[in-house]
Design a protein around this ligand. Sequence first.
Ligand code: PLP
Length: 284
Amino acid sequence: MNPCKFLEKQGFEVTYLKVDEHGLIDLRQLEESIKNDTILVSIMYANNEVGTIQPIQEIAKLCRSRGVFFHTDAVQAVGKIPVDVKDLGVDLLSLSGHKLYGPKGVGALYIRKGLELEPLLRGGHHEQMRRAGTENVAGIVGLGEAARIAQEEMGQEGEKIRALRDQLERGIVEKIPEIKVNGHPSRRLLNTLNVCIKYIEGESMLIHLDFEGVCASSGSACTSGSLEPSHVLLAMGIPPEVAHGSLRFSLGRFTTSQEIQKVLEVFPPITERLRKISPLWQRK
Ligand SMILES: *Cc1c(COP(=O)(O)O)cnc(C)c1O
């Protein structure tokens, strides 16, 4: 969003696509938005807040047929679902090391062969003149190794994580009334659970969960500290007062069944207590 705003300041015209209630873009709207002078389409592969997975292959096909470059931010997808740039047909794809258990401070941009880019940083001839500066060798090796491990473990690990996520989701849906599970029911990352607990606020739940040793998040890390409701949930048509009660649980390689059971023990009473003192709950 911020690079788009920056481009607008420089005189570029940017179209922002709408999403449906599950966070999916509309391919028809995308097609109608492409103009003769459109140079780039950029759409996230999987959303970091709700986990919705976009139809990247179809988008790439559409962009190619219209002669427009297509970039996808695949930071959330790589390491969790199989990603094959050739199969997807994308021109550009970005990923980040620390989201797949690699080191922080390193990422990668896939550039389809034949596509020429302006350098990101000018200076030395490093990285094929695309990004001047001595390479972060340790980071690059770490990212490579993380990718190798992800490739090897993804299938089995993914099924384990999905089962735990589903167990958490079922438990929360059973134990807590008046909630909403966000994101697409099936086209969703297997480790992500985003829920709105109506009538209370995400921030208060986070503090109580933290006392119990449970780490979760409301909104995205990029906007943590902001008390505005998530723009992702608002774009999905969720009313601001409901979006305020959103919480995201992200499971990973090291999440255990005991941890899920613990969350299911401590979380419902927290929501009950907070609702008891919530004027919105009392007035409903
Ligand atoms: C984390 C994240 C980023 C940012 O990557 P960093 O390497 O942490 O700066 C970008 N896009 C998505 C979807 C992310 O989840």
